[in-house]
Design a binder for this molecule. Sequence first.
Ligand code: PBG
Length: 335
Amino acid sequence: MRPTQAPYPATRLRRTRATDAVRGLVRQNTLSVEDFIWPVFVRAGDGIEEPVPSMPGVSRRSVDKIVEAAREAADLGIRAICLFPYTGLEERTEDCAGAWDPENHANRAIRAIKAAVPDMAIMTDVALDTYNINGHDGFVVDGEIVNDRTVEALVKMALAQAEAGADIIGPSDMMDGRIGAIRHALEGAGHQNVMILSYAAKYASAFYGPFRDAVGASGALTGDKKTYQMDPANSDEALRLIERDLSEGADMVMVKPGLPYLDICRRVKDAFGAPTFAYQVSGEYAMVQAAAANGWIDNDRVMMESLMAFKRAGCDGILTYFAPAAARLLRDSGR
Ligand code: PBG
């Protein structure tokens, strides 16, 4: 026990838990709608809102429907949205050229949201998996995911997104050297104010399963991502990755997945003090939804408790599929 704390009964820690008012006074962390980045899936077509079966409540939307969703999110106070393209097998190629096509679904969605909801911060995904015939985040040559050629493609992809009006570039590929290369290219192209939120400590996780369904990568993916995503057994390596990406020009960093990796969030925040985000990923979302659908847990309470856990662990913000539902709860409770 710390010397500043008198022994019982002078100290009774239950005193400051006795009423709602006092619990509010001593509460260390708060959750706000400003903490959220809402990940959404954009697909081809018009007027389409197609549910993702493994993520109840989540849909793939055509660009017009994404704009509607962005408007509704803004009305709920959500300030940032993150776009992921869904691509069918027929839209995928070995050269991944769709990734830097100014007219791909994601880039069209960026322009459409910017026109309709100009104050919404738009984040992107930089990785080849949604355009790659084999579902990998990088080019595959003789069975190897090659680094440097992939980085060249990622730079083109990021530039196309910045050109379309993206505010925050989100490299999720885990190649070496991509943050420096993207930062250099953005500076050179006059996009010096475009931010990079690096998926710096991204683990090779089974919690991404439902996401791969959502973006159409599940059927495409051959093998696993262990040669580029991190081993869940490691934590020092996460700090080296974060330090490396900050030194190359990342403005913000991310730990992913979220809840199973809160120890990493805390270490990262303590070590660097940089804007730190966690991604509460698809599998985390799906688990809560599934248990709640069975009546085994209370969806709303587990949702809010899990989001608060990120704040307690030192995160400045959270990418979460719960963003609209949590925003609604916060609004209705007057927060
Ligand atoms: C792909 C990417 C993934 C996620 C975000 N970007 C999946 C993967 O690496 O296989 C996962 C998000 C989630 O599970 O919600 N570059």
